[in-house]
Design a protein around this ligand. Structure first.
Ligand SMILES: C[S@@+](CC[C@H](N)C(=O)[O-])C[C@H]1O[C@@H](n2cnc3c(N)ncnc32)[C@H](O)[C@@H]1O
Length: 305
């Protein structure tokens, strides 16, 4: 099987094992009850937590075609493994998952044929040794993140939350489209509009090769396209890691306050920041919430609650 490249966010890239951002903290700042949500799929965690918080429908999308496989694996694990087995399988820290093949034989029960074949081929490549598989190029471990997955994910907070989440997801449909954020407005496979769109930290990756004079234009254009998928009072948001985490590196433009201020004016957005304890020790991460402004003055009063 073609081994994914670790350095790229492409259609065949390594799968994330867990979300690498404080999903439980930012969903605390939003009301997801009965909402229609569109979310980056990543490891599947943003989707599972959104259902747990009462979302009516959550549709995932991701440029990485393998994201739908890890989402399916997670859902099936949640249904077929107990709380402790799940934490053994994916890890109770960011880097100690086992993908134990004996546990996989329980997980596979609810996998589609296609996804089972996919994972079976990976196990075979690593002699059915899950620990080697999870350390391979097929996965993106984020061992630099010291916050435990049970703090990142409300569904893993304790056994009770896990079982409650299992009850909720049993009645839900899971879907992850292979889709680039740049095509979000025009995609025919994506239907209708959303109350909330979760872009994870994808905007931080979009301007890597963009000339500095084009950065505002590029980001505003993506954000305008994303807003076309919003219901009238809907909002989209994206994640920014604490500036302290970028020591020695430049903060990505989409997370720079001056850039956001400019985009807000050019794109007629209302913007609100929500800060919370971050994924690194003693830092604060935030989400940037964007709403289409009702007046076009370019400097509206933020109304996002
Ligand atoms: C940006 S990554 C980082 C991990 C993230 N912080 C999390 O907690 O999941 C999240 C996901 O975004 C996807 N992604 C990156 N660029 C994308 C794009 N242009 N369009 C759609 N998805 C993209 C990646 O494939 C990955 O699965």
């Amino acid at each position: 099987m073609h081994r994914p490249s670790h350095h790229k966010m492409t259609s065949k890239a390594p799968m994330y094992i867990y979300a690498t951002e404080m999903v439980s903290a930012y969903y605390n700042c939003l009301n997801l009850r009965r909402k229609r949500v569109l979310s980056i799929t990543g490891s599947g965690d943003q989707i599972i937590n959104a259902y747990l918080r009462g979302a009516k429908e959550v549709i995932g999308f991701d440029i990485n075609q393998y994201a739908s496989s890890i989402l399916e694996l997670k859902i099936s694990a949640l249904i077929n493994l107990n709380y402790f087995e799940f934490l053994n399988f994916f890890g109770n820290s960011m880097d100690n998952g086992t993908l134990d093949f004996k546990l996989y034989s329980k997980v596979k029960k609810d996998l589609s044929n296609k996804t089972h074949k996919f994972f079976l081929a990976l196990y075979k490549e690593f002699d059915y040794n899950g620990k080697r598989l999870i350390k391979s190029d097929y996965f993106r471990e984020r061992s630099s993140i010291k916050v435990a997955p049970i703090k990142i994910n409300t569904y893993l907070k304790d056994e009770e939350s896990y079982l409650y989440c299992r009850d909720i997801i049993k009645g839900k449909k899971f879907q992850s489209l292979t889709l680039d954020i740049n095509d979000i407005a025009v995609s025919n496979s994506l239907r209708g509009k959303f109350d909330i769109i979760n872009l994870s930290n994808v905007l931080n990756y979009l301007t890597g090769n963009t000339k500095s004079e084009d950065i505002i234009k590029t980001l505003t254009s993506v954000m305008r396209n994303v807003s076309k998928r919003l219901k009238p009072h809907g909002l989209f948001f994206y994640y920014s890691y604490s500036p302290h985490g970028f020591q020695g590196y430049k903060i990505p433009p989409a997370s720079q306050l001056e850039v956001i201020d400019e985009i807000k004016k050019v794109g007629y957005f209302e913007v609100v920041f929500k800060k919370f304890s971050g994924v690194s020790f003693k830092t604060f991460d935030r989400v940037n919430l964007f709403k289409k402004s009702e007046n076009k003055s370019g400097n509206p009063t933020p109304k996002i609650k």
